[in-house]
Design a protein around this ligand. Structure first.
Ligand SMILES: Cc1cc2nc3c(=O)[nH]c(=O)nc-3n(C[C@H](O)[C@H](O)[C@H](O)COP(=O)(O)OP(=O)(O)OC[C@H]3O[C@@H](n4cnc5c(N)ncnc54)[C@H](O)[C@@H]3O)c2cc1C
Ligand SMILES: *[C@@H]1O[C@H](CO)[C@@H](O)[C@H](O)[C@H]1NC(C)=O
Ligand SMILES: *[C@@H]1O[C@H](CO)[C@@H](O)[C@H](O)[C@H]1NC(C)=O
Ligand SMILES: *[C@@H]1O[C@H](CO)[C@@H](O)[C@H](O)[C@H]1NC(C)=O
Ligand SMILES: *[C@@H]1O[C@H](CO)[C@@H](O)[C@H](O)[C@H]1NC(C)=O
Length: 552
């Protein structure tokens, strides 16, 4: 850089910093005065609104970031304001004031979005952080519950267990996942073959719509209620709470975790698993993890090499006792070689802890810990499989994974209740005909762009290698495994066409109904993000908003 360039550059920097910080404070002031005009007391506002100048801004922002890739985000992708509502009316007024100050709204419940889109954005935005709204009320007699969006799944499971050991709920296996994103994006866990998805067990909802009204199922109508059960809440409003149908769980369930490497005929077990896991008794859910690992050589002599192999790990929840499980698996899935010692009987709540990788001495109150595992850099992708992958196909996939070294696969079997529910019952379309879902997974700890580039290209490479074995036209994907590789929307003139690219993968033909509902309830596209549901026509308001943004 020449010295005159450098001077210019510094000049630019100073100008830029000056204008961006004065912009930030003026936005903060107008947002706060807007809230005051909605008759929220100043004493309340000062407790729930943060600007980047507040000393706790960063810790509030980072508290629910679950992907290290986005932990130290640049200034430009951070919110200009964070609101942490403690009442429903705060949410309604935050929506109105975000609109009035011409900002984008991002909504965060548990912050588990794999691409971080609940707390980062390209343009200036308000982050509405729902963590204070997390009350849970269980009605044991009705076997129902109301749970607020900011609660975690762990808090929900714990509260159900406190009230009744005979009840449970079919949702995700990671206790720190937030209800708001999880439920509105579909939600599945280890009881899906018996009870379906989380959204198949939702009875009612409370939602703040674009004009700040608080609606329930009756007042929002069946179209909107349909849309927020799997279409992603963030395109339609702010979910305050869901009413859910609890399910009955037996006193004793059985858990197993069985590992097989290639030398132990792992491939044969995987071949048989594909034909069995989606057809076997609905009480049984067997997840399959496939990972490349290095086995240390037993030969201590010099020059002895470690060998690379594939490990297949079968993790199961059976809603019954171990003897029924043993006879079922030995009859239908003999290639697994399951033994009595593998089968651990326990209560349902202990199985929740086990699936979350706690050991068998852990008290259920561990489910109340909102912090979760240490942060990793990570990337996820998803696919659906409709035909068993032939043995030689599996062998080539395993060799590919060994040669790459880090990316893993998780197979989650469907069938059972999943296959009985029609494709258009909810926006989530991956039902009958799906044998299993694949999650592609890579975690790393090395800092730097080179490592990130390497791991991202590894998982994308594996995804591309899998093309012959997975669903096509469209190549289906699961909304809650957010993946911006499959298409994004900049809300420009082509937003409907752009939205269709990822929308068809997530929702198949349900995308069209989602667009209709969206156009009806939010025609000006206030509730938008990188992969939101577009409106039918490009709105004049959106163009105006873009012009205004350029004027800042
Ligand atoms: C460790 C881990 C384990 C997981 N395990 C499972 C699993 O077992 N099963 C499964 O199905 N999925 C699983 N997921 C995926 C998870 O379901 C999704 O990431 C889900 O969207 C997370 O919800 P959240 O509220 O925590 O996320 P957030 O990042 O807060 O939100 C995700 C999306 O929902 C929107 N949103 C959040 N709250 C609201 C609201 N109140 N109103 C409107 N929109 C809202 C956000 O704007 C964003 O678009 C897992 C994810 C992680 C990181
Ligand atoms: C943020 O800072 C402002 C200005 O100092 C203060 O009035 C407000 O109370 C702070 N907000 C929070 C949530 O602490
Ligand atoms: C974020 O950046 C800071 C300062 O560079 C560093 O100390 C910290 O370890 C980073 N945090 C994560 C989670 O990467
Ligand atoms: C693997 O399969 C072969 C052939 O069916 C069999 O002989 C062998 O005992 C199996 N090995 C293990 C570890 O199960
Ligand atoms: C807990 O697990 C250990 C080994 O992992 C086992 O020895 C012990 O019996 C288990 N305890 C209970 C109560 O299941």
């Amino acid at each position: 850089m020449s010295s005159s360039c450098l001077v210019l550059f510094l000049h630019f920097l100073i100008l830029f910093r000056f204008s961006s910080s004065s912009h930030a404070s003026s936005v903060y002031d107008s947002f706060v005065s807007c809230l005051a005009s909605k008759s929220i007391a100043q004493s309340e506002i000062s407790k729930i609104v943060y600007s980047p100048k507040n000393s706790s801004f960063n810790s509030i922002l980072q508290a629910y970031i679950r992907n290290r890739r986005f932990f130290n985000s640049s200034t430009t992708s951070k919110p200009v304001i964070i609101v942490t509502p403690t009442k429903e009316s705060h949410v309604a007024n935050a929506v109105l004031c975000t609109k009035e100050t011409n900002l984008q709204l991002k909504i965060r419940s548990g912050g588990h979005d794999y691409e971080g889109i609940s707390y980062i954005s390209d343009g200036p935005f308000v982050m509405l952080d729902m963590f204070n709204l997390r009350s849970i009320s269980i009605n044991v007699k009705d076997e129902t519950a109301w749970v607020q969006a900011g609660a975690t799944l762990g808090e929900l499971y714990y509260n159900i267990w406190m009230k009744s050991e005979a009840l449970g709920f079919p949702a995700g296996v990671c206790p720190t996942v937030g209800v708001g994103g999880h439920v509105s994006g579909g939600g599945y866990g280890n009881m899906l073959r018996k009870f379906g998805l989380t959204i198949d067990n939702v009875l009612d909802a409370r939602l703040v719509e674009v004009n700040g009204r608080i609606l329930d199922r009756k007042t929002m109508g069946e179209d909107v209620f349909w849309a927020i059960k799997g279409g992603g809440g963030a395109s339609f409003g702010v979910i305050l709470a869901f009413k859910i149908q609890l399910v009955r769980v037996p006193e004793t369930v059985t858990y197993f975790r069985v590992e097989r490497v290639l030398d132990q005929n792992a491939t044969d077990s995987v071949v048989q698993w594909q034909n069995v896991a989606n057809k076997i008794d609905n009480d049984l859910f067997m997840r399959l993890l496939i990972q490349p690992i290095t086995v240390k050589s037993k030969n201590k002599a010099k020059g002895a090499k470690n060998t690379k192999t594939i490990r297949a790990t079968f993790i199961a929840l059976f809603l019954g006792d171990s003897s029924r499980l043993m006879s079922l698996v030995n009859k239908e899935f003999p290639a697994l070689g399951l033994t009595k010692q593998d089968c651990l009987q326990m209560s349902w709540i202990d199985s929740v802890l086990r699936w979350a990788n706690f050991d068998n001495t852990t008290n259920p109150n561990a489910l109340l810990d909102r912090k979760g595992d240490p942060l990793n850099f990570l990337k996820r992708k998803s696919d659906y499989v409709q035909e068993p992958i032939p043995k030689d196909g599996l062998e080539s996939i395993f060799q590919k994974m060994i040669s790459m070294g880090k990316a893993g696969l998780v197979f989650n079997p469907y069938g059972g209740r999943m296959a009985e529910i029609p494709e258009d019952e909810t926006p989530f379309p991956h039902r009958a005909g799906i044998l299993f879902k694949i999650q592609y997974s890579v975690n790393w700890n090395e800092l730097g762009v080179a490592a990130e580039k390497d791991y991202l290209s590894q998982i994308r490479d594996l995804y591309s290698f899998m093309t012959p074995y997975v669903s096509k036209n469209p190549r289906q994907a699961y909304l809650n495994y957010r993946d911006l590789d499959i298409g994004t929307n900049n809300q420009g003139p082509q937003s409907l066409e752009k939205g269709r690219i990822y929308g068809i993968k997530y929702f198949k033909n349900n995308f069209n109904r989602l667009v209709k509902v969206k156009s009806m309830v939010d025609p000006q596209n206030f509730f938008r993000n990188e992969q939101s549901i577009p409106t039918q026509t490009h709105s004049i308001h959106a163009q105006g908003a873009m012009k205004r943004r350029k004027m800042f």
